[in-house]
Design a protein around this ligand. Structure first.
Ligand code: SF4
Length: 401
């Protein structure tokens, strides 16, 4: 099999892994490429997946048989395996042609976790030391591999990820019985305890498949919050379950739950940048996100007693709770109001999304909407109408009723 054919197979097999994003590392030097601009080097295809890195598998052969995975042992698909030298050749050629700025390297498990990790290490070692590639490298750590190997790999790459795959141990037992969340958290813990400017400088991430098992959004967000707190993950990636296999243990859906995936990303953003806790946005009575409204609007409507907030007086963290106001706008509001009293027209200039914020605020005691319309039904109807008019996140028009 020639190199091009391998590339087609192994790039295609890698597309289901959403856990890559090139950011957060600062290596510069005499080597080819650098990661200094990695914060802006990633871009996303129309389906939301990162495309600026060369994203490939070392092999799509696998000794495991995870029910949801195209590359599982029992599938009759074309298999291929790169040699470490082949991956280096492709990476350097693509880099020199300006097609990519880095590499995302994952792999099926061949023989055993240690054997697979050794091949990944050999590849990255050659790239760094023989080809002097200084660009961004994100590699997959193989759960169950020896700690020494993890240590070696961590000293060669920018980012490591070990995928939790499914939010609960119960889900793993059902669909991926060869995996255990303990082995993944061992990696996360090791990386977190040893992270430095040389060891995994861009931090670690993970991926969860959404909708393959019956966990609620509350279960998923609790898992994410726990991993952010305990292992200081940079990102949790949520990947809507794509039905590529037939199996009675898998849900019978035809299309991936993309709106749900989007809601989880929005909620994840609230945890990381808006000072929300999972308990604020979901609870046992509301364990799943509203698919019609984004989590912040949904939360605000369920907590109308905390609104309206007075723009000229409320704290930075209260500003962040207002739909339509993000981190940048909240900072601008705080600094502007030192000099003048902010009115609705100023908010537009500041960048506030007034079509959302106007229902939840007052400026100098004045409502944008009439006081008598400060009611859940009225606000909800109008927010849905706005969303419907400007197409919702799925790209489709959604019925209001
Ligand atoms: S370990 Fe499971 S998810 Fe990963 S490649 Fe093998 S079968 Fe697929």
């Amino acid at each position: 099999m020639d190199l091009k054919e391998k590339l087609v197979i192994l790039a295609d097999s890698a597309k289901y892994d959403a856990s890559c994003s090139s950011s957060g590392s600062k290596r510069k030097g005499d080597s080819i490429g650098n990661t200094a601009y990695s914060g802006i080097c990633h871009s996303f295809a129309s389906d939301g997946r990162c495309i600026s890195l060369l994203k490939i598998l070392l092999t799509n052969c696998c000794i495991y048989d995870c029910k949801y995975c195209l590359n599982r042992r029992s599938n009759n698909i074309k298999r291929a395996i790169f040699t470490p030298e082949e991956i280096c050749t492709i990476t350097i050629n693509f880099y020199k042609r300006n097609y990519i700025e880095g590499l995302f390297l994952s792999s099926g498990i061949i023989k055993n976790p240690d054997y697979t990790m050794n091949l990944i290490i050999e590849t990255v070692y050659l790239l760094r030391n023989k080809y002097h590639f200084g660009g961004y490298i994100h590699a997959k750590a193989i759960p169950g591999a020896n700690k020494n190997l993890l240590n070696k790999l961590g000293n060669l790459v920018d980012r490591l990820s070990a995928n939790v795959e499914l939010p609960t141990e119960k889900g793993l037992k059902l669909l991926a019985p060869n995996k255990s969340s303990d082995k993944v958290t061992e990696i996360m813990s090791y990386v977190n305890n040893n992270r430095s400017t040389k060891f995994v400088p861009a931090g670690q991430s993970t991926q969860m498949i959404i909708g393959a098992t019956d966990e609620t959004d509350l279960d998923i967000m609790n898992k994410s919050e726990n991993m952010y707190n305990r292992y200081k993950l940079k990102r949790v990636f949520y990947s809507a379950y794509i039905p590529v296999n037939k199996d009675k243990l898998l849900p019978s859906i035809n299309t991936p739950p993309l709106i749900r995936e989007n809601r989880l990303y929005q909620a994840d953003w609230l945890l990381r940048y808006y000072n929300f806790k999972v308990d604020d946005i979901l609870d046992k009575n509301n364990p799943n996100f509203n698919l019609l409204l984004d989590p912040k609007c949904d939360w605000a409507l369920r907590h109308l007693d905390e609104f309206p907030k007075e723009i000229n007086k409320c704290s930075y963290f209260d500003l962040l709770k207002i739909p339509g106001i993000g981190v940048t706008c909240a900072k601008r509001i705080i600094s502007s109001r030192k000099y003048f009293s902010i009115d609705f027209k100023d908010l537009k200039k500041i960048g506030v999304v007034l079509k959302r914020a106007k229902y939840f605020i007052t400026c100098n005691g004045k409502y944008f909407i009439s006081n008598s319309n400060f009611k859940k039904d009225f606000i909800e109807y109008n927010l849905l109408l706005e969303d419907n008019n400007s197409n919702n996140s799925s790209g489709k028009q959604m019925s209001l009723f």
